[in-house]
Write a protein that binds this ligand. Sequence first.
Ligand code: ATR
Length: 299
Amino acid sequence: MRVDIQGKTRVLGIIGWPVAHSLSPLMQNAACIELGLDYVYVPFPVAPGDLPKAVEGLRALGVAGFNVTIPHKEAIIGLLDELSEEARLIGAVNTVKRDGDRLIGHNTDITGLIKSLQDDLGFDVKGSRVVLLGAGGAARAALVGLCQSGAASVTVANRTPAKGECLVAGFRSVFTGVNLALCTLDILKGDRCLKDVDLLINTTAVGLNGTNFTDLDLAPMAPAARVYDMVYNPALTPLLVEARKHSLRSANGAGMLAAQGEAAFTIWTGCKPPNGLMKSRLLAALDGQDMLDNGVYSK
Ligand code: ATR
């Protein structure tokens, strides 16, 4: 426990609702302590209707920066002074940095995903053919990241086809060099198209609370193909179990969570967190946690 807070200590934090389950305070404070930086990172529970007041309060209190999580990632945009290119493209902010009197919105989910694909799967996005499961906020960030990193094609498979179409349609004119396509979740039922996929990414909440895709069969995937699940608790989701069954290299989203935190830390402090520290703290904490029925952590 940190006990050396002084008058000059700078405050970082996270706003969300709920926020009690967040593992970001653990990761961020570990890095501050390890590097001897005079910052403290605290949770701020902010109910949806209180967001404008909370942002004004954080501004007035002079916090150095903060993370933004569900349900505020999109709603906060109109309350900020400037957005990074990534945050503007995704339409969501997960990191805010104070710059003088201005609040600048960033999105480090992209960096987090691409770094985790590289570190945890040895996967280079450039020229690859990717299937993205889901069409919500997480899929949007993944799609932008994959396109910016030079994917050859990104095919979106969503339960509600209209939402998938909407996601893809919005980016066709932005990423003209990427083949953006659509398919249904039936691709997961052993469809032959899977043999032409280099990377399959789950951005949906399927896998949490014992849920699974129906009739999941990844048998057609090529031996060198990879599977990534943004869900990280349970550590081994049914999708990852199926990937293992076919000896496909796979990883869960813990690496992405740690890497988005590392990128936020660097935005705020200008320092790189010690290599692997955030991820090891995160994994140690996840190891000791049980998930409740509603998908949040018990401690
Ligand atoms: P997030 O911001 O975390 O991506 P979201 O915007 O609510 O969350 O999006 C959730 C995504 O998971 C959606 O693509 C959703 O599919 P629909 O568009 O059909 O709602 C998908 N999803 C959630 N539960 C699902 C389930 N049981 N089976 C398949 N897809 C599911």
